[in-house]
Design a protein around this ligand. Structure first.
Ligand code: AHM
Ligand code: MG
Length: 334
């Protein structure tokens, strides 16, 4: 079945398993189309006058890159008129973006980090888009923060698009995790991986080691044991990889296994963590679990968290199941 288009995959899902309706199919197609547009902007690099700072900041006090702002606009414009959404929320916007009055409204909510890994844009390293789809609760308009505050277990779809040497969309509709590579000549996404499976064991880990002195004891123990290699309690050598674009780091794990950690540390305590629950941790957790992996804060399954704030941050540990379970045990032991 390799090589079918994203459109065909979605139509077959709609037909055979009644997994998705026409609205959700349209939504995914529109997001994929927006990702193609972002891929073109990212690919132009310095030719497009899109590199560098936008000179603005987002609600989290982070400086926005021009491509952060552009990608956000591309996703908003693509999605607001189709009639499939009740509202949109983004890492780059303080509050949800309501559907403009002249357009029909639908039953879904779309959340996204339009361009994750912004620090890598100017140095030509992979960046990506992450998205999550929820149902708009009864009695809400989709313009209020509260409509979006649902645990990850309620997601109906999630995905990311990595803009690397090739552009790859990884998607779950709750029925496995699948990869689609952009055929640049045809301009369409074609399936290049069905039912991706993350190996339960791994010899590769991913963490920003410059934060080591701020980590909590269970994470220090876990990482130190890996660093001790063959001679240590793990009895094997580990390799380390850190792209600093979550999308790229997660894509490596989805492709060949591994464990990714952005754990709690003493300088992140006030914020709750580094990565955002609603449009980074939850969609990635859904994708990872659908590929046989696991995702936790160290103390709680990511998708079980009851969100209290749209821009809430959480610690994230995800990837190969046996590794995630081991870190979780270390947290439980204190
Ligand atoms: P961003 O959404 O502002 O790009 O921030 C999220 C990124 C993740 O992609 C990545 O895992 C992390 O921040 C990198 O952090 P660090 O600067 O500690 O390497
Ligand atoms: Mg991000």
């Amino acid at each position: 079945m390799n090589g079918i288009s994203l459109t065909r995959y979605l139509i077959e899902e709609q037909r055979s398993k009644a997994q998705i309706g026409a609205d959700l199919r349209l939504l995914i197609e529109v997001v994929a189309r927006a990702c193609k547009t972002i891929a073109i902007a990212v690919g132009k690099g310095g030719l497009g006058d899109a590199l560098g700072d936008a000179g603005t900041g987002n609600i989290q006090g982070e400086a926005q890159k021009k491509l952060d702002v552009l990608s956000n606009e591309i996703l908003l414009e693509a999605n607001e008129w189709g009639g499939h959404l009740a509202g949109l929320a983004s890492e780059e916007m303080d509050h949800p973006h309501p559907i403009p009055g002249q357009y029909p409204k639908g039953g879904y909510l779309l959340l996204f980090d339009p361009l994750d890994g912004s620090s890598n844009i100017d140095v030509n390293v992979s960046v990506g888009t992450i998205f999550s789809v929820l149902r708009c609760p009864e009695g809400m308009t989709g313009a209020e923060d509260e409509a979006f505050l649902q645990p990850g277990t309620t997601q109906v779809a999630a995905g990311y698009c990595v803009y690397g040497p090739s552009t790859i969309l990884v998607l779950t509709l709750g029925n496995g995790t699948h990869a689609f590579t952009l055929d640049r000549e045809l301009g369409s996404f074609r399936m290049t991986g069905r039912d991706l499976q993350i190996p339960a064991d791994t010899k590769e880990f991913s963490i920003n080691a410059s934060n080591a002195r701020f980590w909590e004891a269970p994470v220090k123990r876990y990482v130190n044991e890996m660093l001790d290699g063959k001679e240590g309690p793990r009895g094997k050598d580990f390799n380390m990889r850190w792209v600093a674009s979550m999308v790229a780091d997660v894509h490596r794990i989805v492709t060949r296994g591994g464990v990714f950690l952005y754990p709690m540390d003493s300088k992140l305590k006030d914020k709750g963590g580094k990565l955002r629950l609603m449009y980074e941790a939850n969609p990635m957790a859904f994708i990872i679990e659908q590929a046989g992996g696991a995702a936790t804060t160290g103390r709680e399954r990511i998708m079980d968290i009851r969100p209290t704030k749209l821009h809430q941050r959480v610690p994230v540990i995800l990837g190969s199941k046996n590794e995630v379970e081991r870190v979780t045990e270390y947290h439980a032991e204190g």
